[in-house]
Design a protein around this ligand. Structure first.
Ligand code: ZN
Length: 68
């Protein structure tokens, strides 16, 4: 299995359906994209990530505290 977003192959199962083993949720350990086994995700080329891009991703800035 390959990650639909970055083509990485480090995919882990992070959740399974509580009843009936109907679906699983997978997560890519490289870019943290996750998807359900019942989906067939299609990522537009524009949103694809390459390994080099993941390595240089900036940390999302924290949300500043609200003014009181
Ligand atoms: Zn990925």
């Amino acid at each position: 299995m390959k990650c639909p977003r970055c083509d990485g192959n480090k995919i882990e199962v992070i959740a399974t359906s509580p009843v009936g083993n109907v679906w699983e949720v997978y997560e890519c350990m490289d870019c943290f994209y996750s998807w359900r086994s019942t989906e067939t995700p299609h990522i537009h080329d524009k949103f694809k990530l390459k390994k080099e891009q993941i390595d240089t991703l900036q940390v999302i800035p924290p949300i500043p505290p609200l003014d009181k």
